[in-house]
Design a protein around this ligand. Structure first.
Ligand code: UT7
Length: 364
């Protein structure tokens, strides 16, 4: 009889434990976040490869063959446009499409490597320009993977229930810092200006929205793709006292081949991880949007994962590499063209300076 009672007690104990574990797990993940609206903005000024060949020793054939880029957008000097103002335009479009008021945004996340000021970040500038009261604003400094890092941060805030609506912006004003002479041609032909934005909102159906994000970094390569000049390593008195216009540290430096080699490996790893985590294979992907770094990288990844052309979206031909803005611009355009439909599986992946890289898998 005692043996029976002890068995019952054990059963009761383990059942209670199991139920509380389930309740705890559910309470930890009550919500998902989903993208409710997307927007983008690029400056009107189009600069073609032929335009660049008038400034430096380059040509359309080299740029097209090595990168896939045909043209990029460049802010007109004295136009008053900048990183924050472009972000505002992208954000307004995203809010309108999401049918969410700026007053209902609980958090602004701004991803950029080209902030308007050394500090504070462009997030607070955007918040002020949009008249968003006192909602918190934070900047993300993760370059090409800034949008994916931002997506992950927004997702965590929404999943825990702390915030309901998050405005995530990626915006870059590259052209102001580029060396448009032959000396800087390896870098300056690649990058373009522009902004993209997403409004993330709470989703109670956890089969929808962001299913997982995967983030990585490898700081030993920090200076392989970087701008060293104006920084605390080279503080203002030093810059002023021995300014030398031939000093390439004032412009972005990129060890192109090393970045390329690492990119194809890390892209592949992080895509595979996102698929495995969600029990999916390449044929489940409705749309893959890689960070628009170089068409050759995107094509390598497409081939490796046996993806059809209609499963991959690229727009680097028209905008060049817009770093943190590249994925949201592409997402916004793809959505606008009807290429993303409800319940689609959308995969995002990025790699860049830091090195940092990441992926996100979304059920639309
Ligand atoms: O988004 C951030 C992550 N960034 C990336 O993922 C970029 C990864 N890297 C790349 O996309 C490529 O390395 C580049 C497109 C940047 C460069 O292509 P590459 O095939 O690696 O060229 P390279 O740097 O090895 O240069 C090959 C040749 C050189 O001439 P020599 O030494 O062979 O005579 C360069 O001087 O091409 C020359 N070159 C150019 N020629 C015409 C470099 N830039 C140019 C140019 N126009 N713009």
């Amino acid at each position: 009889m005692f043996e029976g009672a002890s068995w019952l007690l054990h059963l009761l104990f383990f059942t209670t434990k199991y139920i509380s574990f389930i309740v705890f797990s559910i309470s930890l993940n009550m919500y998902n976040s989903r993208i409710a609206g997307l927007g983008h903005y690029v400056p009107e000024n189009v600069v073609t490869n032929d335009d660049l060949s008038k400034l430096m020793d380059t040509n359309d054939e080299w740029i097209t063959e090595r990168t896939g880029i045909k043209e990029r957008r460049v802010i007109q000097k004295d136009s008053g446009e900048g990183t924050a103002t472009m972000g505002v335009k992208a954000a307004e479009m995203a809010l309108k499409r999401a049918e969410i008021s700026k007053d209902d945004i609980d958090l602004v996340i701004f991803a950029t490597l080209s902030p308007d000021l050394y500090f504070p970040g462009s997030g607070v500038l955007l918040q002020d320009l949009m008249g968003m009261g006192t909602c918190p604003a934070l900047d993300i400094r993760n370059q090409c993977s800034g949008f994916i890092y931002g997506l992950s941060v927004a997702d965590q805030f929404i999943k825990t229930g702390m915030y309901k609506n998050v405005l995530l912006v990626g915006s870059e004003y590259h052209s102001g810092g580029m060396d448009f002479t032959t000396r800087g041609r390896t870098v300056s032909v690649i990058f373009g200006d522009g902004a993209g934005a997403a409004v993330l909102t709470r989703e109670e159906d956890t089969t929808k929205g962001i299913q997982s994000t995967h983030l990585y970094s490898e700081g030993k390569y920090a200076e392989e793709l970087a701008i060293i000049g104006p920084s605390t390593k080279r503080w203002i008195p030093e810059i002023v006292s021995d300014y030398d216009e031939d000093d390439m540290r004032y412009h972005p430096y990129m060890n192109g081949q090393l970045v390329f080699k690492n990119a194809v490996v890390r892209f592949s790893e992080v895509i595979l991880e996102a698929l495995q985590k969600n029990g999916k294979t390449n044929s489940d992907i409705d749309l893959f949007i890689p960070h628009q770094a170089n068409l050759r990288i995107a094509q390598f990844v497409q081939k490796k994962f046996h993806l059809r052309d209609d499963q991959v979206y690229n727009n680097i031909m028209r905008y060049g590499n817009t770093t943190a803005a590249s994925i949201p611009i592409a997402l916004s355009e793809a959505w606008g063209e009807g290429k993303i439909k409800p319940y689609d599986t959308v995969l995002l992946a990025a790699f860049g300076s830091g090195f940092t890289w990441g992926s996100a898998l979304i059920h639309w």
